[in-house]
Design a protein. Sequence first.
Length: 617
Amino acid sequence: MKIVIHFGPPKTGTSTIQHWLVNNAQLLGERGVYYPGHKVDENGVSSGNLESLFDTCGNGFLFSHTKFLKEVARAEQKKAHTLLFSSEFFMRQLSVIAEAIPDASFLGFVRFPLDTLESTYNQGVKRNANPQPFSVGTHPRAPIFDIVADAVKRIGKNRFELLPFEKSFFVDGDLTKTFLAKLGLDVDVMITPKTVNTSYCFEALEVKRWFNGYQFQLIDSPLDKFLQGYTKGTSKFSLIPPEKFELIKEHYLAVTKEFSDEVGLSQSEHFIRLQREKPQKRYITQQLTPEIFEPVIQDWLETRPSAAELLRRFITQVTPNSPAEQVYFDIIRKAIPASRSLKAFVSGLSENRSSIKAVLNTLNVKAFASFRRNGMKKLSVRSALNQREFNNATGSLPVHQKVEWISHHIPKTAGPSMRKLLEQAYDTDAVYCINKGSGTAELSRGNSIWLPANVKAIHGHFRTHRNHQQFFPNAKRVVWIRDPIERAWLLLGRLLEIKENDQLYSRLKFRYIDKGITDKSELFRAWLLDSELNSPLFTYSQYFREVGIEKFDFVGSIHTMEEDLTRLSEMLNIQLDVIHSNALDDGIELPPEIRQLESYLEKEYAIVGTYLEKSSR
């Protein structure tokens, strides 16, 4: 039986293909192809067959041989000649899948990076609440090319079929027919054109970007749902100035040629020639104006009556970011009906379950169960749900005026010691620990969380975000750092200690230890060079992406712990003691061959190097 893994990549019509496949499973079965079913949301978007091959493990996923064998058994029972799996998630797990399923072949489409560049930005505004205008240099990276090329090099060209994502290459100009043809199916089936997960038109993009700047969660999902179907604006446009567009095109043409030669892209010369000849879409200067804003708001109110109450809450609970933005608040105020309809608001929540989820996320109900673990003796649900808290949870995000310190705990940088130090400075109950169940994801995404009224400091594993200053206006930022190569070495040691209790260890074991790479230094080198697994080694790059380390009020180095504690005690106006913990690992000695790998962590050293130099003086 043939096993085909369709891995996208992103922005190559995967949602359209999956939507057709999941709705035509019976037809596929009659043609000898078994495609496991999966959920599809109201917009036709899904994660495909992710759960058919992977188990959720912590914050990640682990390949499941049990699940795979079950799908093989089902395919054999149906007497299928082809077992098909599809998910864009697979793109970052190609080596894992290739090792687990040696007979699998991989099918993907290749889109010109210049097209993907603007489409990805559009998606970021749409799904990731990006409020920033589009910005790009003249030599941008092509990260999808890097990932796919690395996988092809590891796995082998013979197991891949990569096709140009270009309409003129499609069978009858249809992406789905082209996909079916590559499965060996007759293409005389009638395919109803359906565009799934479309990009915003220009007007929708600018309106959503404006609202993103306020992080008003309750309005986000209903607005996105409306804008997804808003077709009264300019659909074909470019945000790149023409002169820069040509420079970027030349750069990407060279990148595509190199990539094509490396991976064996089908009809690459013709594909590259078409990209060179393709004209730029109409250039539009990215700027929101009242003339753009007002018609979109009016249409939203006319087609979705429940929008009135959402917009009313927005203008009453949020203030303009600048005087220039007052005009948009005035437009909303003028456009919404005068009557206050609770029924309309409830209707709006009923229309979109994501709105309800946004309310619950803001309220952070999960945190209730974790308060006892974080030092709270008792939790009064009555006090937690007082009127003020409830109003915050159902409207604007909570602002915590009393929080004085935001402490970011980067793994293997004396985080437990920092928590104990804060507990010396304040009562234990006044230090709130952030973990998976009490705010890590929310704070890392730039959302606020519910906190007990007496909290003075928050501490835990969460990334920086520019919104934190809004939610904690009186707080200072603190972080401890360690030499990146030492931190990475200690992290591996920790993984080898906890073993089966960590999904990352399981993946390292599957990929390397089970293959005979058991020497710690050899295993470390393999992990460091593995682009699919090494992200935990680049934690500084992730933690300080939104807010640079130079913006912190205190940066301590565990290499000069006593000296830096003196500085911290002066800032806290309290006498602090040095607290030793297993996180400090004083006197660590790196094997010489590990120290020689520092250059691979160049990005990490660029972030913390200045502070390490200070500690060495």
